[in-house]
Design a protein around this ligand. Structure first.
Ligand SMILES: [Mg+2]
Length: 369
């Protein structure tokens, strides 16, 4: 397999292609999720589009994508780049989960609610230094209460140890490294159940030495780019560029790509101000969600209502999984219209906290069985 086969999927590249291909009648719209004016483009087609961009142009495409997702650009985006009609249409298709709270609870119909929460941008604000993406103590108290009411899992791109240091709640399930490292609660369940549940599932364990090697090479190669931050998430690695000067972005893309050329079994994707490097295996946050439901004995149950809250491209696999299963729903954390398989939206972590609090209050109001 050649290096050019490394899979490239970028949230913002995807968005920009979506916007620029509005007149392309061969694109197939996804009427259930995309508001009018936004046309979905398949991952396959996106890859094809990116494959035809060669050499320098390909680097430029990456840089454009990085520019569109950088925090300063997001902050300075005038709301007028979306027409009022587009905004209204998006909100109509993905209404606020707070506004729709009663209807959501009605839809749950007494089924077992299971909560899945992304961490960065969902429970904690997006910050310049990923090591300082702390969640507030108010949020921690809320999640703690939530876990008393419903089985609750954190599903994140970070490695479990790092996210646990932020969350510090032993009663939760943790699916780290985009779901490639899964652990059950070490508190709040009986000892027997705990032994059964302290499951360790690592579908990408063969990749551990390779990720470690790539991490070291990325550290070495990118050290000449001020502000670049490389992280080792055990089963995946990431390169943050939110603190890298825009003038250095194309250099950084070339550095990252030069390292990955030697690893055709790893894929490179772009999230919010970050490049992510993952094993090219059929495993993602959607698969992790399914695996966790099965571990809870709810895999084949008609009596389960999973709720997944996340803000990034990688959360879409989980949103899609829920849509395909026809169970529960996804909530996208975003202030801006995005093409998504989530059913509802929330603006930011503070709205996420309000929603979780309402869930706890709702549960406490329910008659004890
Ligand atoms: Mg996130």
């Amino acid at each position: 397999m050649s290096a050019s086969q490394n899979v490239v999927v970028s949230e913002t590249t995807r968005s920009s292609i979506i916007t620029s291909s509005n007149n392309n009648s061969s694109s197939s719209p996804k009427p259930s999720t995309a508001p009018p004016g936004l046309i979905s483009i398949s991952k396959k087609k996106l890859l094809k589009n990116l494959d035809v961009i060669n050499g320098g142009q390909r680097i430029n495409a990456w840089v454009d994508s990085m520019r569109a997702s950088s925090p300063t650009h997001l902050k300075s985006l005038p709301s007028s780049i979306y027409s009022q009609q587009q905004l209204n249409s998006w909100i109509m298709h993905h209404p606020s989960a707070l506004d729709m709270f009663e209807q959501i609870m009605e839809a749950s119909g007494g089924k077992q609610i299971v909560m899945f929460l992304d961490y960065d941008g969902t429970l904690s604000p997006i910050v310049d230094d990923p090591d300082r993406a702390f969640m507030s103590s108010k949020m921690r108290r809320t999640v703690k209460k939530l876990a008393k009411c419903f089985p609750t899992a954190i599903v994140t791109g970070r490695c479990i140890d790092k996210v646990y240091n932020f969350v510090k709640l032993a009663e939760l399930y943790y699916a780290g490294s985009h779901g490639m490292d899964i652990k059950g609660p070490s508190k709040g369940v009986s000892r027997q159940k705990r032994l059964k549940q302290s499951l360790l599932y690592q579908p990408a364990s063969d990749y551990l030495p390779m990720i470690d090697e790539v991490y070291r090479k990325l550290l070495e190669t990118t050290k000449s780019t001020p502000g670049a931050k490389v992280e080792n998430h055990k089963f995946c690695a990431s390169v943050h560029f939110r603190c890298v000067d825009e003038k250095k972005w194309s250099e950084l893309v070339q550095q990252v790509r030069s390292v990955l050329q030697e690893y055709p079994t790893l894929k490179l994707t772009q999230g919010r101000k970050v490049f992510e490097i993952r094993p090219m295996i059929e495993w993602d946050k959607g698969k992790a969600l399914e695996f966790l439901l099965e571990s809870l004995g709810l895999g084949n149950s008609n009596d389960v209502f999973p709720v997944y809250i996340g803000d990034d491209r990688t959360d879409e696999d989980a949103f899609k999984m829920l849509r395909d299963r026809g169970e529960g729903f996804g909530i996208l954390v975003s202030k801006f219209p995005k093409d998504t398989d989530a059913s509802y939206s929330l603006h930011d972590p503070s709205q996420v906290m309000d929603f979780l609090r309402r869930l706890v209050e709702w549960k406490q109001m329910q008659p004890k069985m």
